[in-house]
Unconditional design. Structure first.
Lengths: 221, 265
């Protein structure tokens, strides 16, 4: 077997090993807010990936000419403009989904994931690797969003993409929807569980304790 | 002599050190100009499609509102399945003669067709009120059996647009549909929830003496003139009260409602 090319590992690393959500805990606000159903999670994941790839491409193209003093503003302006364009496109062609995503598409601007990738990777690399890295990170984010969205829709409403999967008790089946799954805390629980599972399988991801645990004597006092 | 060739000037600009003041200013200007072009281009190109979407959604909400009123689907089927639409001249409380649904938008673009509201009258926080409004009517056996009135007012975060349906007696709310709002998601935006909107059905707007009594209660509804307030959205709830009272009052559709009750319409 030959060693994987650097571009391939740039693409696949952020999927699990360097996943931006579960390892770096970036961009979780939107991961919690838009995952009540699979369709909104899919649209959000796609929008974020498109914004991430395009902004990485643009910023990487002009990387040699961005003055250091205003580099964050330049990046944010580019990201924000792309987000507005995507938001307008959604409102024109996917009106119903854009209504349910409401403010969260505009909030991609402040998603730490986008600025994180443009600032740390796209600014120092040529366009192709920058865009592949952005795509990998977008896919890693999408993977988490889609798994949480699928779990929440399945157990919260008994459907997947709107199609009934688990027969509901009120329609003669056996499944009673878990109302908790429709509320924001369930996304915290699921995300926490996911991080725990991944770090148990890959112990190298676990962070060392910042402080030693205090020693407590046996038997109280 | 200065070199006026634009390509050479461009190359000189790119060759400047990134930290120079000229290049910083030039880059900031170029990036913002490009982004401004991109954003305004997208907005202008996509606006027709978006407003068609919004119009379709408003139509769907009117249909859902009518379908949600008990017994209304049968009445609608009897009358031929359509609502009739009339432009009302709010100052004269009768159908407008010179404005049609097609010319309404053009008429309202002219500020001469708006009436400024004195601060004391301006319950809904509108500033000024259009003189023409498009209402929808359903005529039953003896007169009007349902009237749909578009209303609007200032909410907590922005304008709230809604359609209020009144039953034939003009004193009972048949239903309410929100067609536009930008209230806080999860709090004020709950005015869009079907459960809350359905509580408007059957609520009376005025008492036997003809005084407006409607209110969104602070807490659970205590009388037949009230609907439950929304917890955590006091400002939005009271905006809804003021907006509905304004539009049912003398500056809004009050004269029209009187005319309908006298059977003059």
């Amino acid at each position: 077997m030959t060693a994987p090319s650097p571009l391939w590992s740039t693409l696949t690393d952020p999927l699990i090993r360097q996943n931006p959500v579960t390892l770096q805990i970036l961009g979780i606000c939107s991961a919690l807010a838009v995952t009540t159903q699979l369709p909104t999670a899919l649209t959000m994941a796609a929008s974020l990936s498109v914004v991430l790839v395009l902004s990485a491409g643009i910023i990487s193209l002009i990387r040699r000419h961005i003055p250091d003093a205003i580099r964050l503003i330049v990046q944010i302006v580019i990201v924000a403009s792309l987000v507005i364009v995507i938001d307008q496109l959604l409102q024109a062609y996917l009106f119903e989904i854009s209504q349910s995503l409401s403010v969260f598409v505009s909030l991609i601007t402040t998603n730490c994931l986008v600025l994180g990738r443009t600032e740390s990777f796209a600014r120092h690399n040529p366009p192709l690797p920058a865009m592949i890295d952005a795509l990998g990170n977008g896919l890693g984010y999408s993977l988490v969003l889609i798994s949480i969205g699928a779990l929440r829709e399945l157990f919260g409403a008994g459907t997947l993409l709107g199609y009934p999967v688990l027969p509901l008790a009120e329609e003669g089946g056996w499944f009673t929807p878990l109302a908790l799954m429709m509320l924001a805390p369930s996304a915290f629980f699921l995300l926490g569980g996911l991080v725990w599972a991944i770090r148990s399988l890959r112990p190298e991801q676990a962070e060392p304790l910042e402080f030693p645990l205090p020693k407590v004597g046996e038997g109280g006092e | 002599m200065a070199d006026l060739n634009p390509f050479a000037a461009w190359r000189r600009l790119l060759a400047l050190p990134n930290e120079s003041r000229t290049k910083t200013l030039a880059m900031a200007f170029l990036v913002s100009a490009a982004c401004a072009l991109l954003v305004s281009g997208a907005t202008v190109v996509l606006r027709p499609i978006q407003s068609a979407n919004r119009a379709a959604e408003q139509q769907a909400r009117i249909e859902a509102l009518v379908a949600g009123v008990p017994g209304m689907s049968e009445l609608l089927a009897e009358s031929g399945g359509t609502l009739s639409s009339v432009i009302i001249d709010l100052n004269k409380a009768r159908a407008a003669t010179e404005v049609t649904p097609e010319t309404l938008e053009a008429a309202l673009a002219d500020m001469a067709n708006w009436t400024a509201l004195a601060p004391g009258e301006d319950l809904a926080g509108l500033g000024s009120r259009p003189d023409y409004a498009q209402v929808f009517l359903l005529r039953g056996g003896e007169g009007i059996s349902l009237m749909l009135l578009p209303i609007s007012g200032a909410g907590y975060n922005g304008r709230i647009d809604a359609i209020l349906a009144l039953r034939g007696d003009m004193q009972t709310i048949a239903g309410l549909a929100i067609t536009g709002q930008s209230e806080t998601p999860g709090l004020g935006a709950r005015i869009e929830e079907p459960a809350w909107l359905s509580s408007f059905g059957g609520v009376r707007t005025m008492d036997a003496r003809g005084d407006l009594r409607f209110a969104v209660a602070k807490g659970p509804a205590a009388s037949e003139y009230e609907v439950d307030g929304i917890t955590g959205a006091t400002r939005t709830s009271s905006a809804m009260t003021r907006m509905i009272r304004f539009w049912l009052g003398p500056q809004g559709y009050g004269p029209l409602i009187e005319a309908v009750r006298r059977g003059e319409f």
